[in-house]
Ligand binder design. Structure first.
Ligand SMILES: [Zn+2]
Length: 534
């Protein structure tokens, strides 16, 4: 996802964090089928959910996340729950938890199928509103754990499941969702049934349903993956031009990383509070994304990267969000680098480094941050910019070949599953044969970054530049530091491994340099000053 576009209304709408089912979870959901009924008459939705799950802990009851009715009357009211052979099951629904009594104690490893019927006006999670052309629209908006406002589910990224949406809606709407469209049938009386199915397991945050009047265009295809553009009809000409850039970006990922993981790539104009939301194979862009000038190329690359990292390899838990956002940002920069040259990546690196420095001045927290349960707080420069910088520095240290090979192995090993920062480290260590414990500890588990005070002088007698590098931050970091000296000797490049509070360096030069540049190739995340001592 790309940060927050509109936060105010969303926070005001009583955003509360919900108690999640704690690990080890009693259930592992295998699939969801949601039969959803929408209308133009009002904002009440009806839903029949079929939830198939494996029992992970013996229990006589199982709990799922589903928002209960709030003081404004919004939320979901459960009307029935049935189990095997259509047997009615008793349940309680309070404080956003639906607890279903299994009747008998279910054994570990058995697969149960529950049917849950409910109805209500979603307070959140499914945004029923009007677009900029004043047309009625329905758009899911789930990140981080807002799916359970309208979908009964285990609303946590670690429980991935296949999903099917079977939607009956007035026939003037088109319906877009994850996976492939498996049915479109007129029901008569101005209603149409549309079914979409994704068989690969998804985290709830990227399950999606979009219902609106759309113009649907074919933007191209790459390796048999169709790229589609879904635009509000008024935006079709400009929007088809803008969104078709995705067909040019997609091959970068297919060629360098792995086959695209889903059946199609739909780019959807939508209503979302985010500046982009990576819903699996149905990426949402905000209404402002249509300009006619293809200004969204970096955003498109970011969201396509998420189809691999975030949607297919999913972080085990929120503190590892950088495995989604840092990866998506860095891959978008690598796409820019491949398409427009290294300068375009360097520009992103420099902008990002400034953001990390500014963020660290306000809040001292590591990238892997377990200190908050307000997950929106994690949409910060650490998860995005510092996370990308970590990948950039890893790439410098390993070289392109090992770096890419490690990324491909990591993706291959965890596709369809969940991974933690430690899982990623182990794959990169195995691929490179290097111990990356210090690298991961200092950049991901430690707050801050090197703050360097660098002084140099030319020693005429010794015919050398004497340089002192002081680390001024709390924790001493270990990193390679490249220095570029320009002067009478021409150009001298010197790389030194800095690992102590103070490092002195001597660089032989016949004549005094006229210019000394630290980190000339933008390879290190740091802040600092370089001063000539006279
Ligand atoms: Zn993102």
């Amino acid at each position: 996802m790309l940060r927050i576009l509109i936060l105010v209304s969303f926070l005001a709408a009583s955003f509360v964090l919900y108690a999640q089912v704690q690990s080890p979870r009693p259930v592992d959901v295998k699939s969801y089928v949601y039969e959803v009924a929408l209308s133009d008459a009002n904002d009440s939705i009806g839903c029949k959910a079929v939830v198939s799950f494996e029992v992970m802990k013996p229990s006589s009851s199982f709990s799922f996340d589903l928002t209960s009715i709030d003081k404004d009357g919004k939320g979901m009211r459960v009307t029935s729950v049935t189990g095997e052979n259509g047997k009615a099951l008793s349940f309680s629904h309070a404080s956003d938890v639906l607890k279903i009594n299994a009747g008998t104690s279910a054994t570990v490893g058995s697969v149960l199928i529950y049917k849950i019927a409910y109805r209500g006006v979603p307070a959140n999670g499914l945004v029923i509103s009007r677009n900029k052309y004043n047309r009625r629209t329905f758009f899911s908006d789930h990140w981080p754990n807002r799916a359970h406002h309208w979908l009964v589910c285990v609303d946590h990224p670690s429980d991935k499941a296949s999903v099917e949406f079977s939607v009956s809606a007035p026939s003037h709407y088109q319906v877009v969702s994850n996976g492939i469209r498996i049915e479109e049938s007129d029901l008569g009386k101005g209603m149409r049934l549309t079914r979409w199915r994704e068989t690969d397991p998804l985290p709830t945050k990227v399950m999606a349903l979009g219902v609106a009047e759309f113009s649907v265009g074919h933007a191209g295809e790459s390796e048999c993956v169709e790229v589609q553009s879904w635009l509000f009809p008024e935006d079709r000409v400009k929007g088809f031009h803008d969104y078709s850039i995705a067909a040019e970006v997609l091959p970068f990922f297919q060629k360098n990383l792995a086959p695209y993981p889903f059946e199609k790539l739909a780019n959807v104009e939508s209503k979302t509070i985010f500046a982009g939301m990576e819903n699996a194979s149905a990426i949402y862009y905000p209404e402002t994304s249509v300009t006619g000038n293809r200004t969204i190329v970096k955003l498109v690359a970011h969201e396509i990267a998420h189809q691999y990292f975030g949607n297919t390899v999913t972080e085990t838990d929120w503190p590892h969000l950088w495995l989604s956002e840092g990866f998506a940002d860095y891959f978008s920069w690598m796409y820019l680098e491949s398409a427009y040259g290294r300068d375009s990546m360097v520009a992103e690196l420099k902008k990002s480094r400034d953001l990390v420095v500014a963020f660290a001045a306000k809040r001292s927290t590591p990238v892997v941050d377990s200190s908050t349960t307000d997950y929106l707080q994690l949409l910060n420069a650490n998860s995005y910019d510092k996370g990308s910088w970590v990948l950039h520095m890893l790439r410098q240290q390993l070289g392109d070949s090992l770096f890419w090979s490690g990324l491909r192995s990591y993706y291959a090993q965890y596709a369809g599953k969940n991974a933690s920062t430690n899982d990623f480290r182990m794959v990169m260590e195995r691929t490179s044969g290097r111990n990356l414990a210090t690298f991961f500890r200092q950049w991901l588990y430690t707050a801050g970054h090197p703050k360097l005070q660098i002084e140099w002088r030319y020693d005429v007698a010794a015919k050398a530049v004497k340089m002192t590098v002081r680390q001024m931050q709390d924790n001493v970091f270990e990193f390679p530091l490249l220095t570029k000296l320009v002067g009478g000797d021409g150009l001298v490049m010197k790389s030194v491994r800095v690992h102590e509070r103070e490092t002195t360096i001597s660089i032989p030069m016949i004549q005094a340099p006229t210019r000394v540049e630290v980190d000339p190739n933008t390879q290190l995340l740091f802040e600092g000053t370089v001063r000539e001592m006279r």
